[in-house]
Structures are given as C-alpha cells and as structure tokens.
Design a binder for this molecule. Structure first.
Ligand code: SR1
Ligand code: MG
Length: 402
C-alpha cells in the first residue's frame, strides 16, 4: 500500500489509481479502474481514471517539481493550490465555464476534477478547421464575469487585497515576466527561432531599441498593475470546447494583474489559428469565422463589461462621468499590447504553439511567423490605436499576403 500522506512524490499511473481508490470519495468500492497519463502541457501530469463498470471518470492533475518543457524552470508545486482555489472562485463567478473540482491534496500537490473528455482542446479543433459560433459569446462572458467581479470596481478594497494575497504567485509570474516580456526582445540564449525567420528577428526585433523600451514599460505594467484576478495563461490550449459549450482550464498562472492580459491572450491565439488556416489552405469561410470571432471578442467584451459595470460597480468614484470610458480605454490598450507580446514570444521564445510549428512547408511557416512578428510589433508600438474589433481586424488583414 502506497502512503500518500507522508510526503510528496510524482505518481505513476498505477499509483494514481491507488490514490483515486483510497483517497477520493468518487468511485464505488468495486470499481474497476484504469488510468492513462494524458498531459501534453508544459508543467503538469494529468491522469485520466475510468471505471470500466460504469464509465464514470475523473481527472487527477498533479503539479510536477520542474517544468516538463525544461528542468531550468523550478516551480513550487503550490501552484496546484492556486489552481484549485481559483477554479472554485471562477466556478462561482462564471458558472458552467470551468470544470468542477472535487478534491485538493496539499501533500501530493494534486487536484481531482471533472473529466472533460467529451470536449476538444480549442487549439486542436481550430487546427482541424472546425468552427465554434458561440465561442466569442462564451469567452467574453467568462472574461467579463471574472475580470470585473474581482476588480476594485466591484469588490470592497479590503476584500480585494485579501484575494491579492491569496493569489500571489511569484514563480509562475516570473515565467511570464521572462518568457513573454523579456527574453523574446533580446538575443537570449533560451530563445528558439525557426531558421527561416531568424534574420527578420535579428533585424526587426532584437535591433529595435524603440520596441525594447515599449516592452520594458509593458513589463512594469504587468509587474505592478493589480487590476483584476487573471487566469494568467488563457491561450487556446487552456480552453475546451464542444459546439455548444466552452470550459476554461489550467488557471495555475492566476494572479492579480492587468485585465488586458487575459483578453490579449485569447485574441493572439485566435490570430495564430488564422495564420495556420492561411498556411494550410483553410477555406475563406473558415478564415472569415476566425476574423469575425476576433472582432466579436473585442466588441462583446466592451458591451458586456459596460453593462455589468453599470449593474455591479460599488466604488463611488468609479461612477463619475467619463471614468468607465477611461478605464475601458486602458484595458483595450493593454489588450492590444498583450496580443503583440504573445504574437512575438510564441515565434521567438522557448514556448511554441502548434499553430505555427505544425506548418510543414518551411516557406509558409516563415511567412506566417513574419506576419505574427510584424503585427505584434505594430500592436505593441501603437497600442493606443486599437479600441474596436474592426481596428484589430484591419491590422490583421494588413499582414495578409496575396
Ligand atoms: C515553462 S512554461 C512555458 C509556457 O507554458 C505555459 O502554458 C505558459 O504559457 C508558459 O509561458
Ligand atoms: Mg497550461
């Protein structure tokens, strides 16, 4: 019998079955359990456990001591506590948009949660050129509900500061500070640039001092602007979809930061899907679906945020004439900048996206990557110019090659 209470170790599939049987009040005593480790992210082990008698299943997600992508990243397994806490909070703020969590274990640093196997990862589905007409509506509801409700606009300021403490996440934030805001913008040894794209990066990114200065300003915004409780890593690999439902997973990077960080990640990763679609001969209808979704994410976020603010804001001074407009302008400006940063970092930095790396033809991959970098620079440098969905679309279409 394995002892799961004496100290932390990373589980094998067999130990995960034993853990589920002995520790979780989920399966019947006569359950016939099997397990497969299905994690394909950078940081964790994900065990799917199924009872052959009933087909009931659950997920045990265990934080590993180092990142799977590289053991240079040493990470506190406490991120699993953060993930459990925020999934419960997001489940209250945005019901139906996150998996149900059943159990958290601070010794084994694992969380048991709902199995979403009937869903697909959005990045994978978009790679197969599948459309999700309700996605913009769903994700903007999730964004508004989580970002507005955790801000000083709505929460009492002492209550908000308690949440800031609870979700202080220095190690995971450091990864973002390094991989998103710093390393891509100088010749850092950890970068990983595709050969065809390299000369463009050297000339247009690493040699651009104006760009470097703007990224420095943005990094300090990320470090200091405790505006909303963020998901912190809201790319299309952190989103599960069916035709009718959307669930946001993997919030282990959660912390208090600029609201535009989450919105910008969603948009940038839809742009990766768009670049992939162009490079892999996605139909015009499919490309149009992606552009319309991007436009709707921006515009529906603004509309829903405005309505929810009018309904929920409790801070007296936030209701002064013009305040909401100024606040939203700031969020959209941060959004545009983060779209730009994410577009650049996934091309230049160590953490890649399949949308680009799966483009088999080297010339097409280079074109897609250079489009991302050109657009990324434009959005970082001119972030004040992107306040509407159609302004984002105009910028994206400018990079379209004939
Ligand atoms: C070391 S972790 C690399 C990346 O994977 C995560 O999903 C985050 O996006 C992070 O930047
Ligand atoms: Mg993740």
């Amino acid at each position: 019998m394995t002892n799961f209470t004496a100290g932390y170790f990373t589980m094998t599939e067999q130990e995960a079955v034993e853990y589920a049987k002995g520790t979780l009040d989920f399966f019947a005593p006569d359950a016939e359990l099997s397990c497969k480790e299905i994690g394909d992210g950078n940081l964790n082990y994900v065990f799917r456990i199924v009872d052959a008698h009933t087909d009931r299943s659950l997920i045990i997600k265990q934080a590993g001591p180092v990142a799977r992508i590289s053991d240079e990243f040493k990470l506190s397994p406490d991120r699993n506590r953060i993930e459990y806490d925020i999934l419960r909070l997001q489940g209250e703020l945005a019901p139906g948009f996150v998996p149900e969590v059943y159990h958290y274990d601070p010794v084994m640093n694992c969380t048991a949660m709902e199995d979403l196997s009937r869903f697909q990862i959005l990045r994978t589905a978009l790679g197969k050129h599948q459309s999700f007409p309700h996605f913009a509506d769903h994700i903007t509801t999730f964004l508004v509900n989580t970002l507005l409700s955790t801000s000083d606009l709505v929460l009492g300021h002492k209550e908000k500061k308690e949440l800031v403490k609870q979700f202080t996440n220095p190690e995971l934030c450091e990864i973002t500070e390094d991989l998103v805001y710093t390393e891509p913008f100088f010749h850092c040894p950890r970068n990983d640039v595709f050969e065809g794209t390299r000369s463009f990066v050297e000339r247009e990114v690493w040699a651009d001092e104006t760009l470097a200065l703007e990224t420095a300003k943005l990094k300090f915004n990320f470090l200091t602007n405790a505006q909303s409780l963020l998901h912190g890593d809201l790319h299309t690999g952190s989103i599960f979809v069916t035709e009718d439902e959307t669930k946001v997973i993997d919030p282990e990077f959660a912390f208090y930061g600029p609201a535009g960080y989450d919105i910008g990640n969603v948009i940038a990763n839809l742009i990766f899907a768009y670049e992939n679609a162009k490079a892999t001969d996605g139909t015009p209808e499919y490309q149009r679906f992606l552009l319309e979704t991007i436009e709707q994410v921006v515009d529906q976020f603004k509309t829903k945020f405005t309505a929810a603010f009018r309904d929920q804001a409790t801070e007296q001074v936030a209701r002064y004439e013009g305040f909401l407009e100024d606040y939203l302008t700031g969020i959209l400006q941060d959004t545009a900048a983060v779209v730009g940063l994410e577009l650049c970092r996934r091309v230049i930095g160590i953490a890649k996206v399949k949308d680009l790396t799966d483009i088999a033809d080297p010339e097409r991959r280079t074109t897609a990557e250079i489009n991302c970098l050109t657009l990324g620079k434009q959005l970082i440098l001119n972030r004040r110019d992107y306040q509407t969905g159609d302004s984002f679309i105009a910028a994206i279409k400018k990079e379209d090659t004939p």
